[in-house]
Design a binder for this molecule. Structure first.
Ligand SMILES: CC(C)(COP(=O)(O)OP(=O)(O)OC[C@H]1O[C@@H](n2cnc3c(N)ncnc32)[C@H](O)[C@@H]1OP(=O)(O)O)[C@@H](O)C(=O)NCCC(=O)NCCS
Length: 228
């Protein structure tokens, strides 16, 4: 089973008000937070680990004080001493986290206007055609939809940007989202893809034989309360 949780961080504007909570996250994250310049980056990073710890504690009964992290060769974090898997994403007002007993990748991106030709060259030919066929005012929307699907896949494998984004494609024409690698349809992975708040695309890649629970929305102030 894979659980997904999301939290809106806009309730907190001033990092100084939550700085004390950096004692509740890993030393590595505390250090990373101290290096961010903008409050919004500090708040998202802090909220991400608090949400993860809260979900591991409330869903699996794990003692939050015992949680320790490692990272694989491309930086995908994992839990030391536990078979449970997790993945984190953050963008704009949102931080999302998935936890479960099988590997997954998640990605959220705020939809913004962009110079499409410059960035979408990273997509496969069929994906570029799919974007080009759309009226100009909804091309950015499709760009972000595909981008989050692609990120969710490379975050599941842990390859991140080491996997060329034009080496695999998504087919969105049927009932199910299909991933195609070298023209073969991948049957190992399933995808969940949702527009959130009208302004974000959110995707999850997970094993096709696993069950994905609906998104649970957490209240950041309640999550924080659990750490007091
Ligand atoms: C880390 C990466 C896989 C995703 O980055 P991203 O989309 O910018 O950021 P997200 O918020 O979705 O994900 C970051 C989280 O992924 C996790 N992560 C880091 N490396 C990872 C990897 N190799 N595989 C899976 N997850 C990874 C971390 O938990 C990280 O959060 P944390 O630093 O708070 O712990 C990165 O390699 C990547 O693909 N960057 C692309 C950046 C980019 O060009 N974005 C343009 C958007 S249009």
């Amino acid at each position: 089973m894979i659980y997904q949780g999301i939290v809106n961080v806009s309730a907190i504007n001033d990092f100084d008000n939550v700085n004390y909570l950096t004692d509740c996250v890993s030393a590595e994250r505390k250090n990373r937070i101290s290096k961010f310049l903008r409050d919004e980056d500090k708040i998202r990073s802090l909220a991400a680990e608090l949400l993860l710890r809260h979900m591991l504690s409330t869903i699996y009964g794990i003692n939050v004080a015992e949680i320790m992290f490692g990272a694989d060769k491309y930086g995908k974090p994992y839990l030391i001493g536990s078979e449970l898997k997790f993945n984190i994403t953050h963008s704009g007002d949102y931080v999302a986290c998935a936890v479960g007993d099988a590997d997954m990748g998640i990605d959220i991106e705020k939809i913004s206007r962009m110079e499409l030709p410059e960035v979408y060259s990273v997509f496969s030919g069929s994906e570029r055609e799919m974007i080009n066929a759309l009226p100009q005012d909804i091309q950015a929307d499709m760009f972000y939809r595909l981008w989050t699907l692609k990120e969710s896949y490379v975050k599941k494998t842990g390859d991140g940007l080491h996997c060329p984004f034009d080496s695999f494609s998504f087919d969105l024409t049927g009932d199910r989202i299909l991933l195609k690698n070298s023209k073969k349809t991948d049957s190992e992975n399933a995808f969940f893809n949702r527009k959130l708040d009208g302004r974000y695309w959110y995707s999850v890649c997970f094993p096709s034989d696993e069950r994905l629970e609906d998104i649970a929305e957490y209240d950041l102030l309640r999550v924080i309360d659990a750490f007091r």
